[in-house]
Design a protein around this ligand. Structure first.
Ligand SMILES: C[S@@+](CC[C@H](N)C(=O)[O-])C[C@H]1O[C@@H](n2cnc3c(N)ncnc32)[C@H](O)[C@@H]1O
Length: 247
């Protein structure tokens, strides 16, 4: 378990429980996006923006955004010319946010939003040229507070059981020449564990692109975990890493 990731995610979850309780509109990548109550979005959109900018949409005929949240990557794919986009999420408020955003940006005819536990509601024969998941990469024990505690699902995947099911479904739904990407963080996630789970399902992880940001540890969080994770200058470096899943 990555204790820095766990502590950061616990802090983020507490903030989300206070801040994500009303509908709002946020700006990202020069566009405005709906974020309905119960969806995490605007506070944590650095990774969303980077991954959305880096994904290779050119020539893609079909795209699946897993765990789409507000649907920023899915809608950006459609705006880049992708004619068939499916955005799925376990969180019904996220699915509704994607629908609103697809209409807002004039791509409702090519973006379908579906409530689904991973690939459960995706047609068994559907294959995608591009699959992307900015995943809940915090591998730490956590108790969901209720059956619809979707805020916890946003950040945590204890034991990477969800990632394992994702890799399994990916094998079935990725087109033969398709490309799949996982939005991750080595500083907060557990790269070794996700690599070995992916390998068992027939995928290797290859660094596609990353970016790192350093800040004094006190700005990241209070407590010994943050101090321990800092370097000689007292900084913690956080990366956002887009990994390609290669079959
Ligand atoms: C880190 S968030 C990414 C959100 C959004 N794609 C973004 O980049 O801002 C992870 C997303 O995965 C979704 N998720 C968690 N468990 C899921 C599941 N079993 N099936 C589908 N989506 C799930 C969460 O609801 C959340 O929207």
């Amino acid at each position: 378990m990555n204790e820095l990731g766990r502590e950061m995610a616990i802090d983020a979850l507490h903030k989300a429980r206070e801040q994500c309780m009303e509908d709002r509109v946020f700006t990202l990548g020069g566009r405005e996006w709906h974020q309905l109550a119960g969806v995490v979005g605007s506070e944590y959109n650095t990774a969303t923006e980077l991954f959305t900018d880096w994904l290779p949409y050119a020539g893609v005929a079909s795209m699946l955004e897993m765990g789409a949240g507000c649907g920023v990557a899915a809608i950006s794919a459609a705006l880049s010319g992708c004619p068939r986009v499916l955005a799925v999420d376990i969180n019904p408020h996220a699915v509704e946010s994607v629908r609103l955003n697809a209409s807002r940006h004039g791509v409702a005819d090519r973006v379908t939003a579906l409530r689904s536990d991973l690939f459960a509601e995706v047609e068994p024969e559907q294959r995608f040229d591009l699959v992307f998941w900015n995943s809940p990469f915090i591998n730490a024990p956590i108790s969901r507070t209720s059956e619809d505690d979707y805020l916890t699902d946003h950040f945590f995947d204890p034991g990477y059981r969800l990632h394992d099911r994702f890799f399994l479904g990916l094998g079935q739904h990725l087109a033969e020449d398709g490309r799949a990407f996982l939005g991750f963080s080595a500083a907060m996630g557990d790269v070794g564990e996700v690599e070995s789970i992916a390998a068992r399902r027939g995928f290797t992880l290859r660094l596609f692109r990353d970016a790192s940001f350093a800040a004094p540890y006190e700005q990241i969080g209070a407590g010994t975990v943050f101090q321990r994770a800092s370097d000689d200058q007292g900084n913690i470096t956080i990366d956002f890493t887009l990994m390609e899943l290669v079959r």
